[in-house]
Design a protein around this ligand. Structure first.
Ligand SMILES: [Ca+2]
Ligand SMILES: [Ca+2]
Length: 630
C-alpha cells in the first residue's frame, strides 16, 4: 500500500469513494416555497404544471416525501445541516442557534470535494456560523452554476422560488405580480375547483385563496422550466441530476406551520441522467413510494456526489451506492411559530400519522400576526364568531387539542377522523407512540426546554445540541428526556397531578421546575394549596420558572403578586424571557390592566418583532384598539 494511500485513508476516508467514481454529476436543486403536491404529475385534477410533469416523466416522482416541520426556517435548517432542528436547537421559528463546532452544513463537504456550490438565494438557516461565505462559493441573487471558474468543475446549484410563498396568497398585489405573465388558459376558475379541503369554509373568499395557490404554482412551473432550459442550452442537461422539492406544504391555515400532510407532505421529483443511472445503481422508476424525509436530502446529495455522509447526520441517503435499509417512519416537530409556542411532535409511516400534543390546553389557532392576515383565516374567524362552523371546521377551532391524534391517511387523507379512541387501532397507537419517543431520545429533542433556558444553557454547553448531549455525540439523553416528557405530560393532566407537580418544584433542573409551575397554573384554583410554595418560585434563579410561577400565582388568585415579576421580566436581558412574559400578560387579559404602562414601554426600543406583536395584541385587547404592527 502506497504511503499516499495510507495518508488519504487516515485523513479523508470520505473521499475514497469519490476517487472510485468516474465522473462527478452536477446537481441542480430546484426548490420552492410553501406548496403541497398540487402538480399534474401528482394527479391533481386542476394543476397546470407542464414543465415539472415533463421532469417527472423523465425521472422519478416520490409520493411519500415529508418535511421535518411545517414552516420554512426549521425545515431549511434541517435540510442544510442533515440534522433535525429539534436536535440542534433550530426548532423555533425564527431563532439563531449556536451549532457544535464539528457540524458542517453539507455544501462545505461538496466544496472540499471540488464542487462549485451556489445558492440563489434564500438561506433562513437559523444560525449565523458557519457564515454563508464559508458554506457557498456564492450565495445571493447572482449565485449561478454558470459562474464556475472552469467548465470542468462539477457544480451543486440551488435556486429557490419565493413567488408561491404564503404571502403570494395573502397579498393581492404579490399574487398579481407573480402571476402577471399567465395567459387565460393558465388561469383557474375558483368555482370549478374540486379540491378545497373540508376544514375551510366553502366560500368565495376561501376559493379565491385556493385558486391563487394553483396559479402561483403555474408561475413557479414556468420558472422551473426556464432553469431546466438553461441546462439544456449549455449542454449540461445530461450531466446534471435535477432535484425538485418544496420546503413544506401550502401556505394556508392548518397546513403551513402544522404537521399534518397538508403542512409536511411535499412534491419531490428527481431526474438522474442515463449515464449516472448505472454508476449510481439507480434505475429510473416512474414512481417511488418509499418514505423520505427532507433531513435525507443532505446525505443523499453527498452520496450521489461520491462522498460518504458524516456519521452525525440524522437522515439517510436514498439514492446512490451502498444504501442503508429504507425508512419505517418519518418525523416532524412544531415549536414556537413566530410569536406563539405550541410543542407538537409527529411520526408517520406510509399509512398512519401519529401526533403528540405536548401543550393540549392551547387551541390550534392561537392568534398570530402573520397567519391572521390571510383571507381564509379571516373567514374562519368570521364563522367562529357567528357560530357557523360545520363539525369538521369546528375541530380546529376548538379551545383545546387532544393529547394524541392518529389518522389513517389512506382512508382519511384530510386527517380529520382521530382514531385514538378506536380499539381497532390500539396496537398501532402503541407502536407509533413508541416510535416517536424512540426518535426523541435518539436525536436528543430539546423542545421541552423553555427557550429562555436554552438561551442561558447554550452559553455553557457550547452549543444547543450539547445542552443535552454534552460534548459526546453519542451520550444517552434518555433519562433526562423521560423526566421532561413525564412532567410536561403531567402539566396538562389536571388536578390528580398536583402532588407530582408540587414535588417537581424542588427539581434541580430548571426545565422540570418550569413544567411543574406551568402545570399548577394550568390547574388553577383546585391547586390553591400550592400558592405559598409557588409564590416562593417568583424568586427562582431561572427566568422561565419565575414567569411560569407568576402565571400560576395569577391563576391561583393573586395577580397583584404576579404582575411586578412579569413587568420586570418584560425588561429581561433574555429576549425569549421577554416574549414568555408578554405571552402571560396577554393571557391574563383584564387582570394585566395595571401593567399597561409596562406593556407600552416594552414596545419601545424592542429589537424582537415577536415581542412587539404579542404586546400589541395584549394592548389592543385591553384598550379595544386595532393597532397594527409589522
Ligand atoms: Ca417556505
Ligand atoms: Ca389578551
Amino acid at each position: 500500500m502506497s504511503r499516499l494511500f495510507i495518508a488519504l485513508f487516515a485523513i479523508a476516508p470520505c473521499m475514497l469513494s469519490l476517487v472510485a467514481m468516474a465522473e462527478q454529476p452536477n446537481i441542480l436543486w430546484i426548490s420552492c416555497e410553501d406548496i403541497s403536491p398540487h402538480l399534474g404529475c401528482y394527479d391533481d385534477p386542476h394543476a397546470i404544471t407542464p414543465n415539472l410533469d415533463q421532469l417527472a416523466e423523465e425521472g422519478t416522482r416520490y409520493t411519500n416525501a415529508f418535511t421535518t416541520a411545517g414552516v420554512c426556517a426549521p425545515c431549511r435548517s434541517a435540510i442544510i445541516t442533515g440534522m433535525y432542528q429539534n436536535s440542534i436547537g433550530t426548532h423555533h421559528m425564527r431563532c439563531n442557534a449556536t451549532l457544535p463546532t464539528w457540524l458542517k452544513p453539507f455544501p462545505m463537504y461538496l466544496r472540499e470535494a471540488g464542487y462549485y456550490c451556489t445558492n440563489n438565494s434564500k438561506t433562513d438557516y437559523q444560525f449565523s456560523k458557519p457564515e454563508k461565505k464559508e458554506i457557498w462559493d456564492a450565495s445571493g441573487a447572482k449565485g449561478h452554476w454558470k459562474n464556475r471558474p472552469q467548465k470542468s468543475h462539477p457544480f451543486f446549484a440551488v435556486f429557490n422560488f419565493t413567488g408561491c410563498h404564503e404571502s403570494g396568497i395573502a397579498s393581492e398585489s404579490k399574487y398579481k405580480s407573480v402571476t402577471k405573465e399567465l395567459v387565460p388558459s393558465q388561469r383557474q376558475n375558483p368555482e370549478d375547483l374540486t379540491t378545497l379541503p373540508p376544514y375551510y369554509p366553502d366560500t368565495t373568499i376561501s376559493r379565491e385563496d385556493w385558486k391563487r395557490n394553483y396559479e402561483l404554482i403555474t408561475a413557479m412551473d414556468g420558472w422551473a422550466g426556464d432553469l431546466i432550459q438553461q441546462l439544456k442550452d449549455a449542454g449540461e442537461y445530461d450531466n446534471t441530476i435535477i432535484i425538485f422539492w418544496s420546503d413544506h406544504g401550502v401556505g394556508l391555515p392548518r397546513a403551513k406551520r402544522w404537521l399534518y400532510d397538508s403542512g409536511t407532505h411535499i412534491p419531490l421529483i428527481i431526474r438522474v441522467p442515463e449515464k449516472f443511472q448505472k454508476s449510481l445503481d439507480t434505475p429510473s422508476l416512474a414512481t417511488d413510494n418509499q418514505l423520505i424525509s427532507a433531513v435525507d436530502f443532505a446525505p443523499t446529495v453527498l452520496n450521489i456526489a461520491g462522498i460518504d455522509p458524516p456519521t452525525y447526520f440524522q437522515g439517510r441517503a436514498f439514492l446512490g451506492l451502498r444504501l442503508s435499509p429504507p425508512r419505517e417512519f418519518v418525523y416532524g416537530a412544531r415549536d414556537r411559530m413566530d410569536e406563539r409556542y405550541d410543542i407538537i411532535r409527529t411520526v408517520r409511516d406510509t399509512q398512519f400519522r401519529y401526533i403528540r400534543n405536548f401543550e393540549p390546553l392551547k387551541p390550534y389557532y392561537q392568534y398570530m400576526n402573520t397567519p391572521e392576515k390571510g383571507a381564509t383565516m379571516r373567514e374562519i374567524r368570521k364563522m367562529e364568531a357567528s357560530g357557523q362552523l360545520d363539525p369538521v371546521m369546528a375541530l380546529f377551532s376548538a379551545k383545546e387539542k387532544p393529547v394524541e391524534e392518529l389518522y389513517d391517511t389512506h382512508a382519511d387523507p384530510s386527517e380529520i377522523h382521530n382514531l385514538v379512541s378506536d380499539p381497532a387501532f390500539s396496537q398501532r397507537l402503541v407502536e407509533m407512540r413508541h416510535a416517536l419517543s424512540e426518535w426523541q431520545n435518539k436525536i436528543g429533542d430539546i423542545g421541552l426546554i423553555p427557550e429562555a433556558e436554552i438561551e442561558i444553557l447554550e452559553q455553557d454547553a457550547g452549543s444547543r445540541f450539547e445542552i443535552l448531549h454534552g460534548t459526546s455525540r453519542d451520550s444517552s439523553v434518555e433519562s433526562r428526556l423521560a423526566t421532561l416528557v413525564e412532567i410536561a405530560t403531567s402539566a396538562s393532566d389536571g388536578p390528580t397531578s398536583i402532588p407530582k407537580l408540587f414535588d417537581a418544584l424542588e427539581s434541580k433542573d430548571a426545565s422540570v421546575r418550569y413544567w411543574a409551575a406551568t402545570g399548577i397554573g394550568n390547574i388553577g384554583t383546585p391547586a390553591k394549596s400550592t400558592l405559598t410554595r409557588v409564590t416562593q418560585c417568583l424568586d427562582d434563579p431561572s427566568p422561565s420558572v419565575r414567569i411560569a410561577a407568576a402565571r400560576a400565582v395569577a391563576k391561583l388568585g393573586s395577580p397583584e403578586e404576579a404582575l411586578p415579576v412579569l413587568e420586570a421580566e418584560l425588561q429581561s436581558e433574555y429576549q425569549w424571557g421577554r416574549l414568555a412574559a408578554a405571552i402571560v400578560l396577554d393571557e391574563m387579559d383584564d387582570e394585566a390592566r395595571p401593567a399597561l404602562p409596562s406593556l407600552k414601554q416594552a414596545l419601545l426600543d424592542q429589537p424582537n418583532k415577536y415581542i412587539i406583536r404579542v404586546t400589541n395584541r395584549a394592548i389592543n385587547e385591553l384598550e379595544n384598539t386595532t393597532n397594527q404592527v409589522p
